[in-house]
Structure formats: structure tokens, C-alpha cells
Design a protein. Sequence first.
Length: 328
Amino acid sequence: MTPPGGTELSARVPSEYVGQRLDQALAGLLPEFTRSQIQKWIRSGLVQVDAAPARARDRIRGGEQVRITVPQAPAVDWEAQAIPLEVVYEDDELLVIDKPAGLVVHPAAGNWEGTMLNALLNHDPRLRHLPRAGIVHRLDKDTSGLLVVARVERARRDLIEQLRQRSLQREYLAIVCGIAVAGGTIDAPIGRHRVHRTRMAVSEGGRAAVSHFRVEARFRAHSLLRVRLESGRTHQIRVHLAHRRFPILGDPVYGGRLQIPPLSSGQFAAALRAFRRQALHAARLAVVHPASGETMHWTSPLPADMVALLKALEADMQAHGSVRGRRA
């Protein structure tokens, strides 16, 4: 029986999840929920597989019919705050926001106010009636660029399904350390770091994650990459690129120690040291409109700090001649 205000979800588990634990497979099928949430629902008897109770450790055979009773999220009275938002598109169904670096998307420990969610409630008080004020995907605090927000429940469910089906398209520009000769695909699961629990890492027991990248420009010791996401795991691009030994410049968590190329000018070295956030920007977003069915696209120009960094990288390359790269 569905709790008041709760939701019932059902899905048939595809063959790609054969052999995985039930909780791991459901985390992949339902990216809007965390694995810990799913495990809690299984323990509470809210998950049935082929109309029978299930355990988190049960292995997927493929083709099972899963039914989940999702409890209603507890109401939280977040405060509406008059924080400027750059709205690049809005209609009755959705909003598209161009988020600046430094703005937290959703309140959490250490950031209970001053977030994009607080700004959204000020922009449209009706969003208070939606889970997470209609936010269906996030950007890290210091990542800039585009994200979509649902304004009504129908649109929220539709956008979540697009995320699950990987039809919501997201492309990012990243300035990384190292010279990439060619693009490629990174297919590596991501989970919590075994020691540093606030960090993510490539992990065999993690959730499936796929990133595609291509080279946009090369510099003397850095590259500009365009990255397209299939999945949307926490810190996915940052973790995947670091795993391939192309950490994002300025990333305080996964970037490692700053490397200054040999014979760099003092001005160029200072520009590298001064860039104190991950050089990552959500540059393109495409969704199928929940009401019209039309595919809509938006782009966001690079912010001024990344433009200035690229100019510094270009000037350094011109001062030292050509570069030699390595394959990704």
C-alpha cells in the first residue's frame, strides 16, 4: 500500500544488470535516488521483485519485474532568498538556469542557505510543492553552466525518466592537466572512496558511469576537452578524468599537486596558481520538452575566468612552440 502522498514505481530489469546485486541494479535504474535510500526501502519491505519480498543482496537474473513504493519525502520549509539567477529559458513546465561557479545547488551540511534552491523558491514560490524544488540534476558548487529544473510534477517525472534513459544530453568543457592526443570513452563505475568518504572513486562495487570525451584544443602541458555524459554520478567527470591521468586544472579534491610547466613565465605561473576551482563548465544541454515532445537545446559561453585561463595557455604555447601529447 502506498503511503499518503507516496509514489509507486515499476520497471523490468534489463539484461545489462544480470549478476549485479538488487540494490546496485536499482541504483543504476533509478539515478535520482541514492543506493542507501534504496537499501532502506528494501529493508522496510517497500521493494518487491516479481511480486515477492526481496533482499538487497539478491542477484539479478534479468527480466524481473520490480515494484517500489517510494515514501513521500518529508516536507522541509526551505527559505526563499532573493539571490540573482540567470534564467536562460522558462515556460510553464521547466526552467533552464545558467549557474555561476561558487553557487551551491541544494542545501546541505555547511550550506543551509544561499543556494540555488533558495533562489528558485524566490523566483517561483510554487516550486516549494515539488521534491527538491524541481531540481532533477546538479552541478558541483564550483562548476558553472546549465541545468534544468522542473516546474510541475509531470515535468519532474519526465525529466527523471530522460535521465534514466540517458536521453537528457549534457556536454561540458574541461581544462585538464596533460596533453591528450585523442578522445575516447571512459566506462568505469563510481562509488565512495573506501578511506575518504567525502570523495568518490572508480570502484568495482560502484554505480555504472560512462563519459565520452574529445579534444578541442591542446596546449604545452594542458588540454581543453569536451565531455558528454551518459550517466550522472557524483563528481563523475572529475573522477573519470583523474582516473585517466587528465585531472581537471584547479580541482582541489581530484586535481593533485599543481604542476607548473618548465620555463613558464612568472605571469603564466601566477595565472595557473590563481585558478582555484575546477576548470569545468556545463556548456550544452538538450532535453525533450515534457509537454510538446520537441527536443530543445541551450548553450552557455565559457565564463570569464576560464576564457582568461585559455588565453594564458595559448600565450604560453605560442611562447614555447609546439607540443607533444599522449593518448588518452
